[in-house]
Design a protein around this ligand. Structure first.
Ligand SMILES: *[C@@H]1O[C@H](CO)[C@@H](O)[C@H](O)[C@H]1NC(C)=O
Ligand SMILES: *[C@@H]1O[C@H](CO)[C@@H](O)[C@H](O)[C@H]1NC(C)=O
Ligand SMILES: *[C@@H]1O[C@H](CO)[C@@H](O)[C@H](O)[C@H]1NC(C)=O
Ligand SMILES: *[C@@H]1O[C@H](CO)[C@@H](O)[C@H](O)[C@H]1NC(C)=O
Ligand SMILES: *[C@@H]1O[C@H](CO)[C@@H](O)[C@H](O)[C@H]1NC(C)=O
Ligand SMILES: *[C@@H]1O[C@H](CO)[C@@H](O)[C@H](O)[C@H]1NC(C)=O
Ligand SMILES: *[C@@H]1O[C@H](CO)[C@@H](O)[C@H](O)[C@H]1NC(C)=O
Ligand SMILES: *[C@@H]1O[C@H](CO)[C@@H](O)[C@H](O)[C@H]1NC(C)=O
Ligand SMILES: *[C@@H]1O[C@H](CO)[C@@H](O)[C@H](O)[C@H]1NC(C)=O
Ligand SMILES: *[C@@H]1O[C@H](CO)[C@@H](O)[C@H](O)[C@H]1NC(C)=O
Ligand SMILES: *[C@@H]1O[C@H](CO)[C@@H](O)[C@H](O)[C@H]1NC(C)=O
Ligand SMILES: *[C@@H]1O[C@H](CO)[C@@H](O)[C@H](O)[C@H]1NC(C)=O
Length: 810
């Protein structure tokens, strides 16, 4: 099953899919995973002759698929890697060829389309006489047309022609696809009035999109003269060789009074009552039994025995003629025979003039009758009167020839349409051939058949399937009167332009397009559309809003554009990825900060498309990336951004921040009682650190700030000022402390020092005891269980991590 989605607006797509899915489940009872079939087959169907090859090309309207492959006669043909289609040459060596194209968009969306393959075989034909029977004035013939080796038989049409007029059409219902043999029978009655009849049959295969040339049989000439006619008898005199006019082999034999002969002695017409004849021709014996009658003998012309000789001397010029209605006619009848008394014309039209006894001229100034049958007669000395009739055809070219459509509605691709050719007032119709043309190519000839001689209105129909390639082609019909080898006036209709309506599509449009800012409008995109009526195109910005085609694209206009074509038959969408490129530019501050030990990183990204490459410059020299920034890295930097559309520069001051640092470590000082003491608390750092002293307050302590130094003054120091003084420095990156220990004079070396010696002795004794205990324990356990190795777990070393940020200074 194939479902076609319009591929339209993405907003309603999920809903539509749901509806389609629900319908699919309801009607089919099974879920078809193909919601929108993107398969494109070229050609859309294959019609080819048995034994030949046909190329099939399958591609996907969308290139976004996982897999595309063909299955032909059970064999799978995969896509070649660098192609966007899968093509295969199929040998048409089977009457039933299964082929399908599959596209797997993804795991759930799998589509396939069966390829319609028709294998045909052009037939051979053979025509022969199967039987013939004679009854009274008629002779019945049975003709058989054998058509062999034809496929498919349901598309076969067999046409029978009598004297180039189509008299019968046969078709063959059936479902067989393989080649078969068929035959068609035709029974015809040939009356004796007919001079001769030419029969042929044609076998033609009619495929939807084209008609193959017809196979034409040989022509069988059935002569009505094979048997004598009553007329022969009335015009015959005395001994008359009936066989002389028969063209059969062997010649028919006539039985008269039980005597078989090829000759027949005719009695005088007055006494003639009829004659029985029989003819034996070939194995397929047909008994011809005719009763020949002269009819009303009172109307019989005077003895005509001499007409034979007169006829030989007769000259009618012209013997046959074709004249346009309204034109003039001049006919000469002359008989060159010494026995002759008079030659003249017998007619209701025009005037005749006897120039001399042996010549008469008939002049009709203006032919105003459709049936002209003047009779030339000659009278001989013995009173015989003979007559002759020239054959005159009066014709008239059509007043108008026009083509109209039978169905006025719009012509839609894939349907069949019928055009009608209206021919007004043409005569004679039996000489008319209607020819259908597309452009200059003759498509079909429609012979017309009617015995009416007066002007008639005639129509001819031409049915054809509409293909989009027919759009704009012109059809016309031509009325041709086949009056003679050099006279066949033609009247053509005005061309009828066929406008085939079909679904729009894009003929050519890029998938992606890269342009430079402010130089390009959507209208400049090379996207050609196809479809009739000419489709309207709408472009949608990536934001889904309709786009102004003449707006210059700016950097904000990059994205996936949707172009939608629509006409009254349908609509179709494609996507074009448009990238708008522009030169680099900076929108950055003039000052940035970075932490010490951090990495040199671009503090602000330049804009630009394609993304620009960045180089760092310091004092005109290129700087390569630095992993550990130090105080010395502060300074003016220039960022240079370059892409193919230009270069931009930006200079800024980079400030390296670092935590506070002291110049000295922890110190201790002795208090000299009565002396003034000053303690300085200062540190370096960026930003400049805040410092203060942490101490136990006392009356003689005084604090002063000089620059970034916090100076503590102890006026006339005493032993009470002894203790720890902590200098604290901090900025946003850290906090450090340093202590100054003030010690009383004299106690300096004793107190804490002797205390620490005592501690060292106590600790040594304890450690020795512990060691002895462990050794004893070790030997005790070894003796008991064997040897152990004790491995101490290593602790992971702590690596200080410093976060690098570029803080903006307002
Ligand atoms: C097959 O069809 C694709 C898409 O329509 C086209 O690009 C390709 O040229 C075709 N290949 C052949 C061999 O016709
Ligand atoms: C498969 O493709 C169809 C059509 O492009 C899409 O609607 C569907 O969401 C896809 N399914 C998965 C599982 O990707
Ligand atoms: C059709 O006729 C031909 C020739 O007489 C013969 O060779 C062929 O086998 C026939 N085919 C069928 C299907 O009968
Ligand atoms: C031929 O003539 C016979 C006898 O007159 C008649 O039965 C038959 O229908 C005619 N056939 C055709 C095709 O006219
Ligand atoms: C053959 O004839 C059948 C029945 O008339 C028709 O449906 C089919 O389209 C024809 N096949 C082709 C290839 O024209
Ligand atoms: C008829 O046939 C005979 C013998 O073949 C021939 O001599 C004669 O001239 C023929 N008559 C006519 C009128 O053809
Ligand atoms: C024709 O018939 C008439 C009377 O029946 C007879 O007198 C005459 O002799 C016949 N003519 C011929 C040529 O047989
Ligand atoms: C020919 O037809 C006639 C009249 O219909 C009949 O009397 C005669 O027997 C027929 N002859 C033959 C040979 O069939
Ligand atoms: C032919 O058509 C014209 C115009 O429709 C009409 O006037 C005329 O009578 C028609 N002639 C015949 C013979 O039907
Ligand atoms: C950095 O550039 C500014 C402005 O150009 C200038 O005033 C300043 O002196 C420069 N500083 C250094 C360290 O070069
Ligand atoms: C200590 O400082 C005080 C107050 O500034 C001052 O008066 C005194 O003379 C100073 N003493 C010494 C020894 O400098
Ligand atoms: C000063 O030091 C004492 C103890 O050493 C501590 O508890 C206190 O928090 C410190 N004060 C400041 C402001 O650093």
């Amino acid at each position: 099953m194939r479902l076609l989605g319009s591929g339209g607006s993405s907003t309603t797509l999920p809903l539509r899919m749901l509806v389609i899915l629900t319908l699919t489940i309801l009607f089919c009872g099974s879920v078809d995973s193909c919601l929108y079939n993107p398969i494109f087959l070229y050609p859309p169907e294959i019609i080819g002759e048995y034994g030949r090859y046909a190329f099939l090309n399958c591609s996907s309207e969308s290139l976004d698929y996982n897999d595309i492959f063909l299955t032909v006669k059970g064999q799978t043909i995969d896509k070649e890697p660098y192609k966007n289609y899968v093509g295969h040459l199929i040998k048409l060596d089977d009457w039933n060829i299964d082929a399908k194209c599959s596209v797997h968009i993804n795991d759930t969306h799998k589509c396939y389309t069966d390829v319609d393959i028709t294998v045909y075989k052009s037939p051979g034909v053979d025509l022969f006489v199967k039987r013939k029977d004679a009854t009274g004035e008629r002779m019945q013939w049975e003709l058989q047309c054998d058509i062999f080796n034809v496929a498919p038989v349901q598309n076969l049409t067999v046409r029978w022609y009598k004297n180039d007029h189509l008299i019968r059409t046969n078709s063959f219902p059936g479902t067989t696809k393989a080649a078969v043999n068929e035959s068609s029978l035709l029974r015809v009655n040939i009356s004796r009035e007919e001079n001769a009849a030419l029969f042929r049959c044609e076998a033609q295969l009619n495929m939807r999109s084209r008609s193959l040339p017809a196979a034409v049989s040989q022509t069988i000439n059935i002569s009505a003269n094979e048997v004598p006619t009553a007329r022969d008898v009335t015009t015959a005199h005395g001994s008359f060789n009936l066989t002389s006019e028969a063209e059969t082999t062997p010649p028919p034999e006539f039985v008269e009074a039980n005597t078989v002969s090829h000759r027949l002695n005719m009695p005088k017409p007055e006494n003639f009552t009829g004659i029985n004849c029989s003819a034996t021709e070939d194995d397929e014996s047909a008994t011809l039994n005719y009763t020949l009658c002269v009819g009303d003998t009172t109307k019989a012309h005077p003895p005509e025995a001499t007409c034979d000789t007169l006829k030989k001397a007769l000259r009618i010029t012209p013997p046959e003629m074709v004249v346009r209605y309204g034109d003039s006619v001049v006919l000469n009848c002359s008989v060159d025979d010494p026995e002759l008394i008079l030659v003249s014309w017998e007619t209701d039209y025009g005037s005749h003039e006897e120039i001399n006894p042996s010549t008469s001229t008939l002049t009709i100034k203006k032919v105003e009758s459709w049936i002209l049958k003047p009779i030339c007669f000659a009278v001989s000395t013995n009173g015989f009167q003979c007559t002759w009739e020239p054959v005159i055809t009066v014709y008239k070219t059509p007043d108008s020839v026009s083509v109209t459509a039978v169905d006025p509605g719009p012509m839609i691709e894939g349907k069949e349409y019928q055009l009608r050719c209206n021919i007004q007032s043409v005569a004679p119709v039996n000489k008319l051939r209607v020819k259908w043309y597309r452009g200059d190519e003759c498509l079909h000839t429609d012979p017309k058949n009617s015995s009416l001689l007066k002007p008639q209105n005639e129509t001819s129909f031409w049915t054809f399937p509409l293909e989009r390639g027919d759009n704009g082609s012109t059809f016309r019909c031509e009325a041709e009167l086949q009056l003679g080898p050099e006279l066949s006036p033609r009247t053509s209709s005005a061309p009828y332009t066929v406008l085939v309506h079909y679904k729009p599509s894009f003929k050519r449009c890029p998938d992606r397009h890269t342009v430079v800012e402010n130089t390009f409008r959507i209208s400049q995109l090379q996207c050609e559309t196809d479809g009739y009526p000419p489709p309207s195109v709408k472009w949608y910005h990536p934001s889904q809003k309709p786009t102004d085609l003449n707006k210059m694209l700016t950097r904000t206009d990059s994205g996936l554009y949707r172009a939608s074509v629509s006409n009254s038959i349908g609509n179709y969408s494609i996507f074009v990825d448009i990238t708008v490129e522009y030169p680099p530019s900076f929108n950055c501050k003039t000052r940035y900060e970075a932490k010490m030990n951090g990495e040199l990183k671009t503090p602000c990204e330049p804009e630009g498309s394609p993304p620009p490459t960045i180089t760092w410059l310091k004092n005109g020299a290129e700087v390569f990336s630095t992993r550990h920034l130090t105080k010395e890295h502060s300074g003016n930097y220039t960022l240079k951004a370059t892409n193919k559309h230009g270069t931009a520069q930006h200079t800024f001051y980079l400030e390296i921040l670092y935590p506070p640092e002291f110049n000295q470590g922890n110190t201790s000082e002795e208090i000299i009682p009565g002396q003034n003491m000053t303690l300085d608390c200062s540190a370096e750092g960026n930003p400049e650190p805040e410092t203060h002293w942490n101490f136990t307050s006392a009356e003689n302590l005084h604090m002063a700030t000089v620059g970034r130094h916090k100076i503590m003054t102890i006026t006339r120091a005493t032993s009470t000022n002894a203790g720890h003084y902590i200098c604290v420095a901090s900025n946003k990156l850290g906090r450090v402390t340093r202590s100054v220990l003030l010690i009383e004079m004299g106690k300096t070396s004793d107190g804490p020092l002797s205390g620490s010696v005592l501690w060292i002795i106590i600790c040594s004794i304890f450690l020795t005891l512990l060691l002895v205990f462990l050794v004893v324990l070790f030997f005790y356990k070894k003796r008991k269980r064997g040897k152990y190795n004790v491995v101490k777990n290593q602790e992971p070393s702590q690596i200080p991590m410093i976060n690098i940020t570029a803080a903006a200074n307002p």
